[in-house]
Design a binder for this molecule. Structure first.
Ligand code: GLC
Length: 549
């Protein structure tokens, strides 16, 4: 049966629940708050929400350490509040996606508690190994967050594998019972009416036989062995065949290290097991491999990332488009300019919202929130950031190390959404669980609602255009002047409609040329970020979108 791929016409919004909006005044973002803001999302033009984890969790990784997959944490309002939000979203024609985190659980999950005591059937739910005969760790893999990937458990007398924090033991997906548990979780939420899943580091779930040492990779040791592991497509096919195929749902695969050719093995519309992929290449234009290895921003690198995904997926698979999420610092502070805040915020929106694919907007991105820069490393909450401060770049001064975190930390994008210039940015009437970015009197939703020229209203307009113009959703993509180091220029075309997007990433004026066949005089300027565009050049961070029909 031909699937109705409804997600292709949609724009999604990611909610990181702790910091979205507090509806009950206890200082923590929650589902009452989400319910209150559904109309705000609808006015933005949002058709679906991806919720970062809402499940009960000790919070060692802000919810990505799950203690119970079939419930909603009481601090978010519990199941009743969730059902109300689900219903409210559906009433507005919005879809709801859950975050499925099954590479690992919390160490406080009942399965792990039983597994460490060897209580059946949980004994082999996780990846346990004794020390090597010479007393060394079972292998030389690194965790992504906290040093080595193995921690000794006194109760069981063995090491367990954790590719993330110590409190996130990896599940043993080779055990068919674990795969049955995953299917139960999928069915539970789909039966409730949820519309799909964003699947957390799903490319990590199949570990290689024998867990061999990594002898090649100098950093993140082990990653090339467990990423896209030997049985990954088999397990994903099983989930699809046994569960997903029986529901009208969408799946989104998070894939830390992946190129388009490899992505097609997962998301090819005929042969793949999932629908879209969250790739990291578009996040690596100012760093090498991870945000913690910063480099100078390189527009050509960004353009290559954008275009290779656009070209290679064309006609075969569908792109997921994003600029921000809860794992990366704010995009204006990275690829744009805090000095040209408004101009670059709008330009960065146009740089991705007119590409082919389904765009995701991360909370606060639509008002141009900026990186948070705390005065002290103690103020960071994130487990990865704290480890980095203690253990990386130790040859630098404390001041330099702190500044490195301003640029790299995930917490830069996790401060509460700035709703107004009221106390605590209007996020809560209580004491906020986390620091509010002190720039909230200047950057907030209420102010931008009033200002027709705001970043928020630019997002609204761009999203409206996406929905109005078929060429934005279905036209073919072409990049122009790929070697230009200042301008990103791309067009979209279909019979009868043609669109050109110009984005300057320069903080100074640059001269303007248009690709052959695109004559500005005959085109209609449908979106821009400077009042009077001049014929000769683009001003700092200027963007323009032209339409021919
Ligand atoms: C994913 C999540 C991230 C989390 C990690 C471990 O990358 O996006 O927030 O810390 O997986 O679950």
């Amino acid at each position: 049966m031909e699937r109705n791929r409804w997600y292709k016409d949609m724009v999604f919004y990611q909610i990181w629940p702790r910091s979205f909006y507090d509806g009950n005044g206890d200082g923590m973002g929650d589902l009452y708050g989400v319910y209150d803001k559904l109309d705000y999302l609808q006015q933005l033009g949002i058709d679906g929400i991806w919720f970062s984890p809402l499940y009960p969790s000790p919070g060692a990784d802000c919810g990505y350490d799950i203690a119970d997959y079939m419930d909603i944490d009481a601090m978010y309002g519990g199941m009743e509040a969730f059902k109300k939000v689900l219903h409210g979203a559906h009433e507005r024609g919005m879809k709801v996606l859950m975050d499925l985190v099954v590479n690992h659980t919390s160490d406080e999950h009942e399965w792990f508690q039983k597994s460490r005591q060897r209580i059946e059937p949980y004994t082999d739910y996780y990846i346990w190994r004794p020390a090597r005969p010479d007393g060394k760790l079972p292998n030389n893999w690194d965790s992504n967050f906290e040093g080595k990937a193995w921690t000794f458990d006194e109760v069981r007398g063995e090491y367990y594998l954790h590719l993330f924090a110590k409190k996130q033991p990896d599940l043993n997906m080779d055990n068919p019972l674990v795969r049955e548990e995953v299917k139960k979780i999928l069915r539970f939420w789909l039966d409730m009416g949820v519309d799909g899943f964003r699947e957390d580091v799903i490319t990590y779930i199949s570990k290689p036989e024998g867990l061999p040492d990594d002898r090649l990779f100098p950093i993140y040791k082990g990653m090339p062995l467990y990423n896209h592991g030997p049985h990954i497509h088999e397990y994903l096919s099983e989930f699809k065949r046994d569960v997903l195929d029986h529901y009208d749902c969408v799946t989104l695969a998070e894939a830390p290290l992946v190129w388009p050719d490899q992505a097609l093995k997962y998301i090819d519309e005929e042969k793949g097991q999932m629908d879209m992929m969250i790739q990291f290449q578009c996040q690596c234009a100012d760093c090498f491999f991870s945000d913690y290895m910063p480099t100078k921003f390189d527009l050509r690198k960004l353009k290559r990332a954008f275009s290779s995904w656009q070209y290679k997926l064309e006609g075969k698979a569908w792109n997921m488009l994003y600029m921000e999420n809860h794992d990366h610092p704010r995009i204006i502070s990275r690829y744009g300019s805090e000095k040209f805040w408004k101009e670059s915020g709008k330009m960065l929106a146009a740089a991705y919202l007119f590409q082919k694919g389904t765009p995701f907007v991360y909370q606060g991105q639509e008002i141009g929130m900026l990186n948070w820069k705390p005065e002290s490393p103690e103020m960071y909450e994130d487990v990865q950031t704290r480890w980095q401060y203690e253990n990386a770049a130790t040859n630098k001064t404390p001041e330099q190390r702190l500044q490195r975190l301003w640029r790299s930390s995930r917490d830069s994008a996790r401060t509460p959404v700035q709703w107004s210039d009221a106390e605590n940015a209007g996020f809560t009437t209580g004491t906020p669980w986390f620091y509010v970015n002190p720039n909230y009197p200047q950057i907030n939703v209420a102010q931008q609602e009033q200002d027709p020229d705001s970043i928020l209203n630019f997002y609204r307009k761009a999203i409206r255009l996406r929905k109005k113009l078929a060429v934005v959703r279905y036209g073919s993509y072409q990049e122009h002047f790929p070697l230009d180091g200042n301008i990103y220029c791309y067009s979209r075309q279909m019979p009868g409609q043609k669109l050109l997007v110009l984005c300057s990433f320069a903080d100074h004026p640059v001269s303007l040329r248009l690709p052959k066949g695109f004559d500005a005089a005959s085109g209609k300027l449908i979106l821009n970020n400077y009042a009077r565009p001049c014929r000769k050049g683009l001003r700092p961070y200027e963007t323009r979108v032209y339409l021919w029909e």
